[in-house]
Ligand binder design. Structure first.
Ligand code: OGA
Ligand code: NI
Length: 376
């Protein structure tokens, strides 16, 4: 569809008042380019435009997806009791072998998970102008709506829009979160707090799995950086050609994903893509690149992707929990010995993030920059 054919009904919309700070330039209407870029504009998803079509050898290859293997499901009900050690061991095994697991009995109320998913859906179903005012391509903004993964860098675009927002400490950021839907801040704020509690429990368990004190990762992460994304993937007329999100590993410490009931997530295991079918009320947890470095490569930050489907819109809500930008990341002493020499040099997390945003969504190439040359 050419731009002249676009049935644009959006008239004018301005950045909402909370966007206007003393440092931010005031951006003005009408942002027609924003309307065209968003996947949730009501027409982009009707036809697969050329820049969303991946080259034949990089496409999902749906026939080859492995459906027989299941990533582990770990029950957290005994995590804070006398059987803690055995739950920690299960987590350790999953971190070493899969880099991905699902959790049940995690303590986040099911009713809150449902309200969060409902309000996220409402956000992407409300009139475009109520959403488009949050659009920004500035990756340093603490709250923004964007299209694809990094529209200015991606060679092939991803079939998604993302609303991202920093969440911790909540009081510092919530005033900039979306004001519509009316219940958004209240529900998403409660959800972010619950996820924070869950993350701290998981980080303590993973610290123990690294043979460290429970507080190890919490301390390393300093102030922490918690970012919640809402990924919106509308139906796609030809899922064989596109990705909701193309293969990547996550930049953070750990990710806690609510994937709803529409499947789409796949993870790489032994060179094969494995589907992670939704388990009602479970979260999917995966380790990001920072945990791979901190564990000196013993725990894995695994590549994953989301495919599209041609019938149902899918919403997934990952919360990325990691170090604050000034935290120093390097392999933990307990994970380095003669048999396992340090694989990565230390760096400030900000250095990693600058590298992350300076490239488009690509497979695991960023960590290569931090590898120690062993000469082998
Ligand atoms: C992500 C991601 C997977 C999904 O946002 O980083 O991997 O299932 N999402 O949406
Ligand atoms: Ni991811």
């Amino acid at each position: 569809m050419s731009s002249t054919e676009i049935p644009v009904q959006v008239k004018s919309f301005r950045f909402s008042p909370y966007e206007v700070s003393s440092t931010a330039p005031i951006e003005l209407e009408p942002h027609l380019d924003v309307v065209e870029k968003l996947m949730s504009n009501g027409f982009n998803h009707l036809h697969v435009k050329e820049n969303y079509i991946f080259p034949p050898n990089e496409r999902p290859q749906m026939a080859e997806i492995c459906r027989s293997y299941r990533i582990p499901i770990i029950d957290l009900k005994d995590l804070d009791g006398p059987a803690r050690k055995s739950v920690v061991n299960e987590i350790k095994r999953a971190c070493e072998q899969d880099g991905f697991f699902q959790i049940v009995n995690h303590g986040v109320p099911e009713s809150l998970m449902k309200s969060m998913m409902d309000v996220a859906k409402e956000f992407f179903e409300m009139p475009l102008e109520d959403r488009a005012c949050l659009y920004s391509e500035n990756t340093k903004k603490s709250v923004r709506l964007y299209a694809s993964f990094n529209i200015t860098r991606d060679k092939f675009l991803n079939w998604m829009d993302v609303l991202t927002q920093l969440c911790h400490p909540l009081e510092e950021y919530i005033h900039a979160w979306p004001q519509k839907p009316a219940a958004y801040r209240e529900i998403a704020g409660k959800y972010a707090k619950e996820i924070r509690v869950l993350t701290l429990r998981l980080l303590a368990a993973i610290s123990e799995a690294m043979e460290q004190d429970s507080d190890y990762l919490n301390t390393i992460f300093k102030k922490h950086r918690q970012a919640m994304n809402i990924n919106y993937y509308p139906p796609c007329p030809n899922p064989d050609l596109t990705f909701g999100v193309a293969p990547h590993s996550d930049a953070t410490g750990i990710t806690v994903l609510m994937q709803g009931l529409v499947s789409g997530l796949q993870v790489l295991r032994d060179g094969k893509w494995v589907a992670v079918e939704p388990t009602p009320n479970a979260f999917v947890v995966n380790l990001g690149d920072q945990l791979q470095v901190l564990s000196n490569g013993r725990f894995q930050s695994i590549e994953h992707r989301a495919i599209t489907n041609n019938t149902t819109a899918r919403i997934s809500i990952p919360t990325f929990c990691g170090p604050s930008l000034d935290a120093f990341i390097s392999p933990a002493e307990s994970m380095v010995d003669e048999e396992h020499p340090a694989l990565y040099r230390g760096y400030r997390f900000e250095e990693y993030m600058d590298a992350f945003w300076s490239q488009g969504l690509k497979s695991k190439t960023i960590l290569d920059r931090f590898k120690i040359e062993t000469g082998q």
